[in-house]
Design a protein around this ligand. Structure first.
Ligand SMILES: *Cc1c(COP(=O)(O)O)cnc(C)c1O
Length: 406
């Protein structure tokens, strides 16, 4: 095993963070100073292949020239207006995103959690004003193992103790059923159900791909019971799984898309709720908003992201490279890996406890110049930038093979 002592600059930076930064994360011991494409460079000049892509916020890699150029141009013109006025970037962005989604309307926010909160508000308002649910009774069905963000409402329907415990009291109005079980959703629906809110593939849970037919069944059940199907595609969407949306894997169209992460081009937070007019049209002036949501800088960047996705190039790359990745990772099963789950260029790799924890494997990969992230103890997850080369992917998997070999 290679062991490289950390240099003093790195140690000093990490120490000062530990003194003055809330300990809500436990980062790997690397201090990144630059990024380009699939690679980052630390303060000591060492290079690393970034197989996490900021949890898919960097689907196009670091500093993609087409995104940086539009951001730089917009920085020289106008960055923020608030929604008290119109700006010349938001309308064209909304138009392009609605088109990409095949929907009528867009509600722009900033972070993913805000998009989820917005989706919840829209679903409740739709339930009262359109479906006729009695005031205060609207229910939303979610799935066990979900991750939808960190707000107090959202963590209330998480079943992850570290996300939830000690942050109550929790908001009522949510019921959780097993992920991948459409019959459990149908059984949980009653006359006051407003929506089903799920990730088409659960990301934080470890890239949990539901059984084939699940999304189609959820779509059918929601339609039959007049319940909104809200797909949280914040991590699974925008090219990651080889399609614009993970729902396309089953040719399913939800009523509401929640988007974020890669929508901001790896430059700034941009999120959105996208739906047809009969749903999103329920929101009236003054009922919802955000000071930064829809800002012209974010809109210009996200518009460019949408244009890049509209070519289909990144989806095709993710699909082809994903097949390559899956074949390589399958070869590790039984050699320090107990299971792999792959969807496009997105993988959860369960590490055999005999060779170490997910964190230990991530630390050893770091020493070999590969950045990944562990989740739930024994799993490492990878989400390489969609611009990565097959040869780079092969090199990274070879590093993983060597680490697992011990
Ligand atoms: C990351 C994520 C969120 C929350 O996004 P933030 O920008 O961190 O608030 C919500 N849903 C899913 C599926 C995510 O992966």
């Amino acid at each position: 095993m290679t062991t490289t002592p950390l240099d003093t600059a790195t140690i000093a930076i990490i120490a000062s963070e530990e003194d003055h930064l809330a300990h809500n994360y436990h980062p790997l011991p690397v201090v990144i100073a630059r990024g380009e494409g699939s690679w980052v460079t630390d303060v000591e000049g060492k290079r690393y292949l970034d197989l996490l892509s900021a949890y898919s916020a960097l689907n196009f890699g670091h500093l993609h020239p087409a995104i940086v150029s539009v951001a730089q141009e917009q920085l020289g013109r106008l960055t923020l207006t608030s929604r008290a006025y119109h700006n010349d970037q938001l309308g064209v962005f909304a138009d392009s995103l609605a088109r990409l989604c095949g929907k009528d309307m867009v509600l722009p926010m900033n972070t993913g959690a805000e998009a989820v909160e917005t989706g919840i508000k829209v679903a409740r308002a739709w339930a009262y004003r359109v479906k006729g649910v009695p005031a205060g009774r609207a229910g939303i069905i979610v799935a066990d193992g979900n991750f939808h963000g960190r707000t107090t409402t959202i963590v209330g329907f998480s079943d992850d103790p570290s996300a939830r415990d000690d942050f109550g009291p929790y908001a009522p109005g949510f019921v959780s059923v097993p992920f991948g079980d459409a019959a459990a959703i149908e059984a949980a629906i009653d006359e006051n159900t407003a929506a089903v809110l799920i990730e088409p593939i659960q990301g934080e849970a470890g890239i949990i791909v539901p059984p084939e037919g699940y999304l189609r069944a959820v779509r059918e059940i929601c339609t039959r019971h007049r319940v909104l199907f809200i797909a949280d595609e914040i991590q699974s969407g925008l090219g990651r799984v080889g399609y614009t949306f993970a729902c396309e894997r089953e040719e399913v169209v939800p009523d509401v898309y929640l988007l974020g992460k890669a929508l901001g081009g790896g430059i700034l937070p941009v999120s959105a709720v996208v739906a047809d007019r009969d749903v999103l049209g329920v929101i009236q002036p003054g009922e919802h908003g955000s000071t930064f949501g829809g800002n012209p800088l974010g809109a210009a960047v996200a518009h460019r992201v949408v244009e890049m996705l509209a070519t289909g190039e990144f989806q095709r790359r993710a699909l082809a490279l994903g097949e390559h990745l899956e074949a390589k990772l399958d070869g590790l099963i039984g050699h320090g890996v107990t299971a792999v789950r792959v969807a496009g260029l997105w993988a959860g790799i369960d590490i055999d406890p005999a060779v170490g924890t997910g964190r230990e494997i991530a630390e050893q990969l770091l020493r070999r110049g590969v950045l990944v992230k562990d989740t739930h103890g024994q799993t490492i997850r990878i989400a390489p930038p969609l611009v990565i080369r097959a040869t780079e992917l092969d090199w990274a998997i070879e590093q993983l093979r060597l680490v697992l070999q011990g």
